[in-house]
Design a protein around this ligand. Structure first.
Ligand SMILES: Cc1cc2nc3c(=O)[nH]c(=O)nc-3n(C[C@H](O)[C@H](O)[C@H](O)COP(=O)(O)O)c2cc1C
Length: 224
């Protein structure tokens, strides 16, 4: 019988062999930043210090106009006052859902720190200039794949994808690759951002920031 894939030796993570240390942390109103982006950057820096792999990876939820949700991981490359930026194919499933219903939700989860951050808000494409600057910063192989892969569409085989990459690489040999027309940035502008901190006995901390008039933020504590 054909194998389902190469197997990986079992190694169950325990507190003794966990690759990153775990921490006992708390979240108090008195220490929370006045705005959620500053708060997120503080937590992001903690995640980096704790050795969390890919702390910028977040689940992105989108939905069709009639409310059917879908979710997948993306890398949130920039987190700033103007919004949270990720990049994707503009003809992918998420792109089609965002075109019809331009709202999204992101969730980051950093197990070692017992922390979750949820972000919700409207989503729009970044400018062509921002996309071009980002594309140029990516490794050559990633740029080739973005040009070659019709994300979320059916492809006949792995070989077909590899042929597409080889064709584009040959056509542009020795030259800068073009910026793909169907690939670029999205910016989710946060309306609410919720910080969740694991605490003993499941009596966790939850602080939710909501955008109020004039760009100010209100903060409320939610029950776990
Ligand atoms: C760790 C990780 C990071 C990923 N980063 C991205 C990303 O930044 N952009 C992206 O389009 N897809 C990324 N993907 C792939 C997506 O999860 C997804 O397969 C792809 O975007 C197609 O989703 P869609 O069909 O819902 O549009 C990533 C997947 C993983 C596991």
């Amino acid at each position: 019988m054909r194998q389902a894939g190469r197997s990986i030796p079992a190694r169950r993570a325990t507190l003794d062999n966990h690759p990153v240390r775990t921490f006992a942390l708390e979240l108090h109103e008195s220490e929370a930043a006045a705005d959620p982006v500053t708060q997120l950057e503080a937590w992001f820096a903690d995640a980096l210090s704790a050795g969390v792999p890919l702390p910028e990876a977040a689940a992105l939820a989108t939905a069709t106009p009639d409310g059917a949700p879908s979710v997948r991981i993306v890398l949130v490359k920039r987190r700033e006052a103007g919004g949270f930026v990720f990049h994707s194919n503009y003809e992918s499933r998420k792109a089609r859902e965002l075109a019809a219903n331009p709202r999204g939700a992101l969730v980051f989860y950093w197990e070692a720190l017992g922390r979750q951050v949820r972000v919700e808000g409207p989503v729009a494409r970044t400018s062509a200039q921002e996309t071009a600057a980002y594309v140029r910063s990516r490794p050559h192989g990633s740029q080739l794949s973005a040009l070659a892969s019709p994300q979320s569409r059916r492809v006949a085989s792995r070989e077909e994808l590899e042929r597409r990459v080889a064709r584009i690489a040959a056509a542009h040999e020795g030259r800068e690759l073009p910026v793909p027309e169907t690939w670029g940035g999205y910016r989710l502008v946060p309306q609410t951002v919720e910080f969740w901190q694991r605490r003993p006995d499941r009596l966790h901390d939850r602080l939710c920031y909501r955008r109020a008039e004039g760009g100010r933020w209100s903060i409320e504590r939610l029950a776990p």
